[in-house]
Design a protein around this ligand. Structure first.
Ligand code: GLA
Length: 351
């Protein structure tokens, strides 16, 4: 399919192609730039990319989601266009000697747009993986994730952490990644067979580069400066007494969310999904009250998700809209989805 689509647009066959999943974060929000533990899970939805190297500096990009071919070059900067992610990835791949020049690229995606399920990380990681494969480079998935984050931070201009790139570079669909963001050590954890992590889009969009993500990152940086430490997650609650107001609440979220995430990883390993669900619920309260990253419509959706029978539910991702994730027993999944979406007509299940 993807190879045929590439060939239709570019009139020759691609050199390489492959799938990269999107991700949903199960717990551990806004901890990846504060030295904490995070637990994202790779989705069955994702992006499929076909690529062929070029000998000139052109980067030609086509997608099933957009009309026409975006014609970019190796000297471009980001211009707030859908083709920026591929462009940035090709430029960084070329600078890292994974490509000798530009490339022709075709992208298809099954991830809903702007849902916060890391389609941007999947595109960037996907392109870099293919370029690494072409050049027979020895880069590890962690190296690819680090380079992908640089594309987001330095080319796109989004000040994100490393969670999304690590999740989509390493985890297989349906697998969770217990990731220590201090040293990037990780373990994959399989979900117990009786439970599903349902992803529900609230119907309210989100934008990471809108400024509120950066505002939270800046507040965390202020807390770190006042505490004289370079991570927040391993501080003690008593240490936070010297902080005040919003900065204290942001730091408190990081400290308590880290402990919850460590506990959630143990609960998942032991198959204790009642405990896992309870930790998800506590996480939502902390995101709502301390990190102040929720919106009333998401709070209502999370509350209904639990009332309708989920073991736990919470906002997921960067915040201020987007998706919730809920832990639901397989036997209840259809009835639960129906009840929830009947009560929230704008919401819909994406995974
Ligand atoms: C976005 C960022 C991640 C992470 C989450 C919040 O998805 O890309 O790095 O900070 O928000 O947990």
């Amino acid at each position: 399919m993807i190879r045929a689509a590439f060939e239709t647009v570019f009139s020759y066959a691609p050199a390489v192609s492959g799938f990269t999943p999107g991700r949903v974060n199960l717990i551990g929000e806004h901890l990846d730039y504060n030295g904490g533990m995070v637990l994202p899970m790779a989705l069955g939805l994702g992006v499929t990319i076909a690529l062929a190297p070029r000998t000139d500096s052109q980067i030609n990009i086509a997608s099933n989601s957009f009309d026409g071919i975006a014609k970019r070059t190796l000297t471009d900067t980001a211009e707030d266009h859908w083709s920026d992610y591929v462009t940035g990835a090709v430029i960084f791949a070329q600078q890292a000697d994974l490509l000798s020049a530009g490339a022709d690229v075709y992208v298809t995606s099954t991830l809903p747009h702007g849902a916060g399920l890391s389609s941007s990380a999947a595109i960037i990681v996907g392109v870099l993986k293919l370029a690494a494969q072409l050049s027979q480079s020895q880069l590890s998935p962690t190296d690819i994730a680090i380079l992908s984050r640089k594309v987001e931070n330095d080319f796109i201009g989004v000040p994100c952490g490393i969670m999304d790139q690590m999740a989509v570079a390493i985890a297989k669909p349906g697998q969770a990644l217990a990731l220590n963001t201090q040293d990037l050590s990780y373990q994959t954890v399989d979900l117990p067979s009786g439970c599903h992590m349902a992803v529900i889009h609230s119907g309210h969009g989100r934008q990471l580069n809108e400024g509120r993500y950066k505002e939270r990152a800046d507040e965390c940086a202020a807390a770190k400066t006042l505490l004289g430490r370079d991570d927040l997650c391993h501080a003690r609650l008593a240490d936070l007494n010297i902080l005040e107001g919003a900065v204290m609440r942001r730091a408190r979220h990081c400290v308590t969310e880290h402990v919850r995430t460590v506990d959630a990883v143990s609960a998942l390993r032991e198959g204790d999904m009642e405990m896992f669900g309870a930790l998800m619920n506590e996480s939502h309260v902390s995101m709502r009250d301390d990190f102040e990253m929720s919106i009333p419509e998401i709070d209502a959706l999370v509350s209904s998700a639990v009332t309708c029978g989920a073991l736990g539910a919470r906002l997921t991702g960067g915040g201020f809209g987007g998706c919730i994730v809920a832990c639901v027993e397989h036997t209840h999944l259809d009835a639960w989805t129906e009840a929830l979406t009947a009560a929230h007509p704008k919401a819909y299940r994406v995974g």
